[in-house]
Ligand binder design. Structure first.
Ligand code: MSP
Length: 507
């Protein structure tokens, strides 16, 4: 059986889940659900990144122990994903004991293989924050919290020999053995690796307690990236659960925004090369969301909470909107005005209204029963062609990770059904006592809705299930392999249908 292993980044617990994190997570969920629909063996991993000085500082401010603080925020992420219908198979936390043990195992391996050495890290250190700052993080050369100029300080640290991997990285990226998409992101990394020299990476701190201890020097904890990146392998059981790991590794698709591309295109593959582990097959880098042109974060107080938003626009409304409105690789500015427009037009009108009028007619004209398929006329054949064609097209488009084009294609199909109903006018046929043609038209309309439920399922799972319930069908969609269910005429005559709640009540 084909397998499909997909990941999101693990999110920092010093922020709260917002629409930016949801973007990657929903996108990954759509891919996971689509591949399950294809009958593949899917593993979908997400989680939280919980170590480091910043987290310890946030915990201190909140008057909590770091572990308690992490438990709480990590739970917020978990609950938000549950709320948004995210179907991850596992939720990894970097404070899991198994993960911590695996990170120490990695550090030992890197050390034994000669990829680690001890040196000094020199940087701008704020005593108040107990951390190093990048020059770009300072405001007027001062620490933004303590409003004092940080001191130039040296600290003993362990380094990972990242610089040794420069040419191998360039080679795997250029030869597409390690795929980075879209193309312009790949070019960006290639030109970075061609022009700039990679430095060895400081991977430990001696002043940060909230982290994984360096196993060969207990005074140090490891700093961010070795701990965070390894989640993608520890989350599927590396190194202990060999069967699980071998079943899913290498990752088929890793999603993230451009902010962490460089790390994932350099440190991540270099670590794997150093450990003699295969590289992931493909990274796909998406754009960044801003709100009114500004970056979104807890500290800026402009973070949009997807749960709050979903109270108005529904969960599937949010899932639909963020993948329909923006091209996945590009940046986008989030606007609730556009969300409302799309909700009313695409969801309430085009889809919701179609379902409710077809089902209302079935109740009225065919006694709530699916009729026989009947004789095919030209207009029926056209309808069938567009709907079945959509299945082929979305397969290609989802392989390109192009969600907005996929949804546009599905909406072309929905538009075709709407026009079909308008043109065939069942209400007029009902008056003319043309009962055979009426039955055929009703069959085709209901069968179109069945196929639309499959098309929209990865994006809007609960709407798809509700639609199927109204069509009198089983709702366990993932067992409906698209190859068999995605053909015409599978709707059984005499199935009892029942118009239910509006899929998307107008706002
Ligand atoms: N913990 C690291 C990642 C470690 S992965 C080994 C991290 N965490 S984060 O919480 O800052 O999340 C970054 C990721 O969240 C981005 O790459 C992206 O997937 C998602 N996004 C966060 N804010 C976003 C936007 N405003 N817009 C789009 N995606 C955003 O970096």
């Amino acid at each position: 059986m084909t397998k499909f292993y997909i990941t999101t980044p693990i999110y920092y617990v010093n922020d709260v889940p917002h629409i930016g994190h949801s973007y990657t997570t929903i996108a990954a969920d759509v891919m996971a659900r689509y591949h399950r629909l294809l009958g593949e063996d899917v593993f979908f991993l997400t989680g939280t990144d919980e170590h480091g000085a910043k987290v310890a500082e946030s915990a201190r401010k909140a008057g909590k122990s770091p572990q308690k603080f992490c438990d709480e925020v990590s739970n917020r992420f978990k609950n938000t994903w549950k709320h948004l219908d995210i179907s991850n198979n596992e939720f990894i936390r970097t404070t899991n004991k198994d993960h911590e043990k695996a990170v120490q195992y990695i550090l030992n391996q890197l050390n034994d293989k000669g990829f680690i050495y001890k040196g000094d890290y020199t940087g701008l250190y704020c005593v108040g924050c107990e951390r190093f700052y990048q020059r770009s993080e300072l405001v007027d050369n001062k620490c933004p919290l303590h409003l004092k100029e940080p001191e130039l300080l040296s600290e003993e640290t362990y380094f990972f020999k990242l610089s040794e991997f420069q040419s191998r990285l360039l080679d795997v990226i250029k030869s597409k053995r390690f795929i980075i998409e879209p193309e312009e992101r790949r070019n960006e990394i290639v030109s970075f690796l061609e022009k700039e020299k990679l430095f060895d990476l400081a991977i430990s701190r001696s002043k940060v307690e909230w982290g994984v201890q360096i196993p060969f020097d207990k005074k140090h904890t490891t700093y961010v990236w070795v701990d965070a990146l390894s989640n993608y392998i520890t989350g599927i059981g590396w190194p202990d659960k060999k069967d699980l790991f071998n079943r899913y590794w290498p990752a088929d698709l890793q999603l993230m925004a451009k902010d962490i591309l460089r790390v994932h295109a350099t440190i991540w593959p270099a670590l794997l090369m150093a450990l003699d582990i295969d590289l992931p097959k493909r990274l796909f880098i998406h754009g960044y969301f801003t709100v009114d042109g500004q970056k979104m974060s807890k500290s800026l107080k402009n973070a949009i909470d997807p749960e709050v938003l979903s109270e108005v626009y529904s969960i599937d409304g949010i899932r639909y909107f963020i993948l329909r409105e923006f091209s996945f690789g590009q940046d986008g500015d989030f606007s609730t005005t556009r969300l409302k427009e799309r909700y009313n037009k695409d969801l309430a009108n085009d889809l919701g209204n179609l379902a409710s009028r077809v089902l209302a007619m079935a109740e009225k004209y065919t006694s709530s029963m699916v009729p026989e398929m009947g004789q095919e006329e030209e207009i029926d054949a056209d309808l069938k062609k567009v709907i079945l064609g959509a299945f082929e097209q979305i397969d290609k488009l989802l392989n390109k990770v192009s969600f907005n084009e996929t949804l546009a294609t599905i909406w072309v199909a929905i538009g075709q059904v709407n026009r079909y109903v308008d043109k065939t006018a069942p209400w007029a046929l009902a008056k003319q006592s043309e009962s055979e043609r009426l039955k055929a038209v009703m069959y085709n309309s209901l069968e179109s809705l069945r196929l639309i439920s499959l098309l929209i399922y990865p994006f809007m799972p609960s709407t798809a299930k509700e639609l199927r319930k109204q069509l009198g069908l089983k709702t366990d969609i993932e067992k409906k392999l698209i190859q068999t269910a995605g053909s015409w005429g599978k709707l059984e005559p005499n199935t009892k249908v029942k118009k239910g709640r509006a899929l998307f009540p107008r706002l």
